[in-house]
Write a protein that binds this ligand. Structure first.
Ligand code: 6MZ
Length: 347
């Protein structure tokens, strides 16, 4: 974390819809993991991008490889998931959709099924702690692993959608956007959608994914991650924007991640302003709070200071995020009530 956010943003009730588990591990937890595995010789500087630092997107994906070496057992996954949930709760997040890619690690015996079970177990254990947060899980498909692995992950997600008592609500498509093509993953994504999993897909995170974006928008997804190159001002196309608008598909926007990963030149050039001015549903998110050294309160503060949003506008932005979640209607209604009860008399 770079500097503690202003109390208003920390106390603001928030919804986090785009958080990758292994990218969200805090400095403290990372130190614990590093000390458990000294033989790997990993320094903390290899797992986080600090203030003022930038990386190419390719370098960001190298960081995830390092982190994955540190989280390769059932105990690690359980530990990091609990820590991440507690940290989001401490930052004022009332509803969290966590996402993670089930991984098999033959040398430790970790299987994809046990991986998902560990995340669900972490969510259950946190429920027992009476934290002020509700957590749901999106099972992630890493595009790098190709169509067969995607289909396997979808089947796993479908099983857990049935057996997890509503904890698994959707499927994420993520991973290095320069690797593979979405068309190969369409059958798996379509299958997931047909069985009732909600789709949160990374889309147009880099330039030149226009054809892929057209194809994936046809599903259509229930939410879009990043969508950095969808709009015409950065070489995207009007027809893509029209599709997103017609279908009213919410965007998950991650300011610090995009600036540090250099897909966006500076905060003031972030596509948040384009979509926000259109009145299109957009949700501020962290992406990888550990890797990009941020917090959701800080993302709200950044958006407010960069784009001149009043506190009242920030409040409305955070409340509108509830409608973009994959929570069932009764939970959405409860969250709206919560926002109403916490709303300041005057801003
Ligand atoms: C695309 C990303 C990402 O799943 O091991 N991930 N995919 N774009 C991004 N923008 C920076 N940030 C994270 O968390 C780490 C994984 O999430 C995806 C990548 O597949 C990464 O390996 P989990 O918990």
């Amino acid at each position: 974390m770079e500097k503690p956010a202003d109390p208003f943003y920390r106390q603001l009730p928030k919804v986090e819809l785009h958080a990758h588990l292994n990218g969200s591990i805090s400095v403290t937890t990372m130190e614990e993991l590093i000390s458990r595995k000294p033989h790997l010789n990993i320094q903390h500087s290899m797992t986080a991008i600090r203030k003022g630092q930038r990386r190419t997107l390719d370098e960001c994906f190298q960081v995830f490889k390092v982190i994955h070496q540190l989280t390769d057992t059932e105990e690690d996954i359980l530990m990091v998931a609990k820590a991440v949930i507690r940290e989001f709760a401490a930052d004022g997040v009332k509803y969290l959709e966590l996402r993670s890619t089930p991984r098999e690690e033959t040398h430790t015996g970790l299987t994809k099924r046990r991986y998902v079970e560990m995340v669900i177990e972490a969510i259950r254990q946190c429920e027992q702690e009476d934290l002020d947060i509700t957590v749901r899980f999106l099972v992630a498909v890493d595009r790098r692993n190709g169509p067969e692995a995607a289909m396997e992950t979808v089947k796993l997600a479908e099983d857990f959608m049935v057996s997890s008592d509503g904890v698994v609500v959707g499927l994420d498509l993520s991973g290095d956007p320069t690797v593979g093509h979405g068309k190969d993953l369409l059958p798996a994504l379509q299958k997931a959608k047909n069985t009732g999993l909600r789709l949160a897909l990374h889309l147009s995170e880099v330039q030149s994914q226009k054809e892929e974006s057209e194809l994936l928008l046809g599903l259509p997804p229930d939410r879009i991650g990043h969508g950095t190159f969808l709009h015409p001002e950065v070489g995207g196309s009007k027809s893509l924007v029209d599709k997103v608008r017609e279908r009213n598909i919410p965007l998950e926007l991650c300011l610090t991640s995009n600036v540090k990963g250099q897909t966006v030149a500076s905060y003031d050039k972030h596509h948040f302003s384009y979509w926000y001015q259109l009145g299109h549903p957009c949700v501020l998110c962290t992406d990888d709070k550990g890797v990009f050294s941020t917090e959701l309160s800080q993302e709200y503060h950044l958006a407010a200071s960069t784009f001149g949003l009043s506190q009242e506008a920030v409040w409305a932005l955070s409340e509108r995020a509830i409608n973009c979640s994959f929570a069932p209607d009764h939970l959405k209604a409860q969250l709206h009530q919560r926002w109403a009860s916490l709303r300041p008399q005057v801003f």
